[in-house]
Design a protein around this ligand. Structure first.
Ligand code: ME8
Length: 642
């Protein structure tokens, strides 16, 4: 029987900067879903790629002194290496600079022009360059871009427009008829209330202020708006409007567009309207996941390479990183990345639960049965309870994955692991051995081996390497599907088990965190040195953005479990502020009390080792020593420093 097609996509990643762990989040989730579906009998097409056009790329390339193409090629190499490191099993990688894509985007524009969905006019609006998006005055948040919070600039240009407003009613009808289209549900309400209800305006879909983009076939002065260029990747990659379109015929419409919450708007309003205009079926689901936050902010740069995925994989291995991303972050919501959470999660689930179960079982089969899995004897009620748990797992995990919840799927799989560990404590095989009860001991060993086989099979889509290592230890071929986890009893008696090395080694969390702090500090200082050596000059208006004030230290304590950090309560005029500073190795808390310091007052709040910090105390580097900056004579707190 022909397999059912399943088409899943990640957004295509902007080729304008460094990729960090947040970017890996979408891709790892999609990878787990794609692998799960493949094992569950689907014919999966998993698409990812890079978004390589636009003003932002052109500007970054200019700054780097290279051509835009050279710039995106470099980032392409970086991201392909990243996906390889993370075992991402995509079926196709699309670049928006690929010739076939550019040609098809032109054909799409021609089609839209022919159908009357495009017209020429003047555009004047507020443009956010990093987001490549125009906003109206009342969409701004505090005068800034509502998506990224950065400055917008007034831009005016002759442009082509897409008749988005024409599709408003059809979109509402589509949402009503397909209540699952935008998930989670909260995002559907957000789209309707914030964007559809206020009324859809026609969309400006061409640019003339830069030229790094797909030229419009009917007006070469214009390049395609980067979002239209980018969104069409989902169909151009399949061969839409191309001689070989069998993938398009087979896989479109997409089963799932997985995207971060900030780009749901583009995928659930603009994209469906374009598809309607092209007379194509709409994707079945757009899922807007939450953000991975890095303790104090969303970006990785300020934190050094500890949130660099290459660094993390190199240090801990690919599976702990994949496992953390898939298990720790409640799906659909934002979640925090901290080094501590990663290490604790690795120790608890992978080292303690899974690692121990496998090493204890392998050791016992080796010791009691010479490394050969024995045949089971009669099952007692306790065994039957476990058999039931194993045999019902696939259904549960399938339902979890249908709801796109990898954390729930992993929780359900780990129920087998945890139950099996408890079973060892309940059955005490060492006592059975002492009592010479080989018959019962054989059954217990068999049940344990089967539990491991079930867990390893179900874990395969999530932690790609460990499952295969487990199957090697069990002397069983790693399965490509879930057929073997329907019925208990798949392991053949007589199979040779090897003990080998531990799956994971326990991490000394305290020691490791200290080390990571040191690495991050070194990284930050190297980066600072690099930045200053560039001697980049800034405007006085740039400097004026930094609000410096005097502040008096009311109290000061060490931050628990840290050698470096002090937490201060500072009097800042009429206000008391809590600030964390990394100067514990240079000043004692007692010494600091009563001192006047200079505070960066308008720094975004951050959590440092779990402690809230609202600002930064200025210090000078003095050959390995750090000294805080203080006014030359007594000044009240809260006074401006200029
Ligand atoms: O948006 N946590 O590209 P992008 C979770 N080119 N997800 C994150 C994240 C974080 N900290 N940071 C980024 C674009 N992402 C467009 C897409 S599609 C036709 C065009 C996710 O490189 C982000 O939410 O800015 C998005 O889903 C993906 O990484 C790519 O983001």
């Amino acid at each position: 029987m022909a397999k059912k097609p399943y088409y899943i996509t990640t957004p295509i990643y902007y080729s304008s900067g460094n990729f960090h762990l947040g970017h890996c989040y979408t891709t790892v989730i999609c990878d787990a879903i794609a692998r799960f579906k493949r094992m569950d009998g689907y014919d999966v097409f998993y698409l990812t790629g890079t978004d390589e056009h636009g003003q932002k790329v052109q500007q970054r390339a200019e700054k780097a002194g290279v051509t835009p193409k050279q710039f995106v090629d470099r980032l392409y190499d970086q991201i392909v290496a990243l996906w390889k490191t993370l075992d991402i099993s995509y079926d196709k990688f699309i670049r928006t600079t690929d010739g076939y894509h550019e040609l098809t985007v032109q054909k799409v524009y021609e089609k839209l022009l022919a159908s009357g969905d495009i017209y020429k006019s003047q555009y004047e609006g507020l443009y956010c360059t990093p987001c490549e998006a125009y906003w109206t005055e009342n969409q701004l948040k505090d005068g800034k871009c509502p998506d990224c919070g950065r400055e917008v600039t007034k831009q005016k240009e002759e442009s082509y427009f897409f008749r988005l407003s024409k599709y408003q009613d059809r979109l509402i009808k589509f949402y009503e008829e397909n209540p699952e289209f935008i998930s989670p549900k909260s995002r559907m309400n957000e789209m309707i209330n914030n964007f559809i209800k206020p009324g859809l305006k026609d969309l400006c879909i061409s640019r003339t202020t830069f030229d790094w983009g797909v030229k419009l076939p009917f007006d070469q002065k214009h390049v395609a708006y980067v979002w239209i260029d980018a969104l069409t990747n989902y169909i151009t990659a399949l061969g839409y409007l191309q001689p070989d379109c069998k993938n398009f015929d087979k896989y479109w419409p997409a089963d799932l567009h997985m995207v971060g919450k900030e780009i749901v708007r583009f995928h659930t309003i603009i994209w469906p309207a374009i598809l309607m205009a092209l007379d194509l079926p709409l994707p079945k689901k757009v899922y807007g996941h939450g953000w991975l936050l890095f303790g104090d902010d969303k970006m990785s740069k300020s934190k050094g390479n500890v949130v660099d995925p290459f660094f993390l994989v190199d240090r801990y291995g690919v599976d702990p990183i994949r496992y953390f991303l898939l298990r720790e972050i409640p799906f659909g919501s934002d979640g925090n990345y901290t080094n501590e959470a990663l290490l604790v999660r690795t120790n608890a689930d992978l080292v303690n639960d899974l690692g121990n179960l496998v090493s204890r079982t392998a050791a016992m089969v080796t010791q009691y049965f010479d490394g050969t899995v024995p045949a089971p004897n009669a099952y007692i009620d306790l065994d039957k309870e476990i058999i039931l748990l194993c045999e019902s797992a696939l259904e549960k995990v399938r339902a979890d994955m249908e709801a796109l919840s990898a954390p729930d799927a992993l929780t359900d799989i780990f129920k087998i692991v945890q139950r099996a560990n408890k079973y060892i404590d309940e059955t005490t095989p060492w006592t059975l051995n002492k009592q010479g009860d080989k018959e019962r001991l054989a059954t217990v060993m068999y049940v344990l081996t089967e539990c491991i086989r079930f867990a390893a099979t179900l874990l395969k889509p999530f932690i790609t390497r460990t499952s295969n290592v487990i199957f090697d230890k069990l002397g069983i071929k790693s399965p490509d599907n879930f057929d073997g986890v329907v019925k208990f009893g798949g392991t053949k008696a007589g199979t040779k088990v090897t003990k080998g090395e531990n799956l994971f080694n326990r991490i000394d969390v305290e020691k490791e965190l200290k080390l990571l702090d040191e690495i991050a500090a070194k990284q930050a200082s190297d980066e600072q040195k690099n930045n200053t050596s560039a001697d980049e000059q800034i405007e006085i208006t740039d400097f004026a953005k930094v609000k410096l004030v005097t502040a008096k230290v009311l109290s000061c304590e060490k931050v628990a479990k840290s050698d470096k950090l002090l937490v201060f309560k500072l009097q800042v005029g009429g206000e008391v502020r809590q600030v964390v500073s990394g100067i514990a190795q240079h000043y004692s808390p007692e010494y600091m009390i009563g001192k006047t310091v200079v505070l960066v007052k308008n720094l975004k709040p951050a959590k440092i080792r779990g402690v809230e910090s609202n600002g930064m105390i200025l210090c000078a580097d003095a050959d390995g020593k750090v000294v805080f900056v203080t006014p030359e004579s007594d000044v009240d707190s809260g006074k401006a420093v200029r």
